[in-house]
Design a protein around this ligand. Structure first.
Ligand SMILES: O=c1ccn([C@@H]2O[C@H](COP(=O)(O)O)[C@@H](O)[C@H]2O)c(=O)[nH]1
Length: 232
């Protein structure tokens, strides 16, 4: 059953059992779940089947980045497994993103396709080391424009860029924001962070939250506290 909650819980676990143990405490009417590189590499499509069987909508966060034909095939494979959302890296370029979007269209697959702009773990200095002298915000906006022009439905960005993306690219263009840190949580390796309520206020459409819940002593209390913050 679909949820209208903006919450996407990142199931960053090293085994299928551990991921399902957390999933069994969650309610698919109250959140979606995200399967990333570690869990998918360990468990393969079995994790998608197990989570779908429990009623969850899944964001398959594999951040594809390759030549257009390869990425189009990978996106099609993900969509045919029924995931709610899949993503690519915007820095793979227009031709790669257009090929992926066209592949979904050609096969009438309705999975949301979005693109990662600048990882939330990066700041200006990290970008400079990759040859990009822009601020993270300027680079995010450039990649978001390219993503929209390529026919994709939204971006992964930090909540710090959500307001500008909303005003430039519209309400319907999805702003999926990791780097969400409630006041009780540590930043860990995230750099461009924001609290859940602030992120929603500035225009995030979806909040990706992992460790503040999954590594909490009482994960369900952490989730309830985030929900209360959003409701308030
Ligand atoms: O820019 C990005 C893109 C993806 N992520 C992913 O989101 C979660 C965040 O987990 P936390 O534990 O809440 O930090 C994680 O799965 C990342 O792979 C991101 O953080 N930033």
């Amino acid at each position: 059953m679909a949820t209208d909650s903006p919450l996407i819980i990142a199931l960053d676990y090293s085994s299928l059992d551990a991921a399902l143990c957390m999933a069994d405490q969650l309610d698919p009417k109250r959140c979606r779940v995200k399967v990333g590189k570690e869990l998918f590499t360990r468990s393969g499509p079995a994790v998608l089947e197990a989570l779908h069987g429990r009623g969850f909508e899944i964001f398959l966060d594999l951040k594809f980045h390759d030549i257009p034909n390869t990425v189009a095939g990978a996106v099609q494979a993900a969509a045919e497994q029924g995931v709610w959302m899949v993503n690519v890296h915007a820095c793979g370029g227009r031709k790669m993103m257009e090929a992926a979007a066209k592949r979904l269209d050609d096969h009438r697959l309705s999975t949301h396709l979005i693109a990662v702009t600048v990882l939330t773990s990066m700041q200006a200095e990290d970008l400079r080391e990759t040859g990009i002298d822009d601020t993270p915000e300027a680079h995010v906006l450039r990649l978001a424009a390219l993503t929209q022009q390529s026919g994709l439905g939204g971006v992964v960005c930090s909540a710090q860029e959500a307001a500008q993306i909303k005003s430039l690219f519209g309400n319907d263009f999805l702003k999926v924001t990791p780097g969400i840190r409630p006041s009780f949580a540590a930043a860990n390796d995230q750099e461009r962070i924001m609290t859940p309520s602030d992120a929603m206020r500035v225009g995030s459409t979806h909040l990706v939250i992992g460790r503040p819940i999954t590594q909490a002593k009482e994960p369900m209390m952490a989730l309830a506290s985030i929900e209360a913050e959003l409701a308030g």
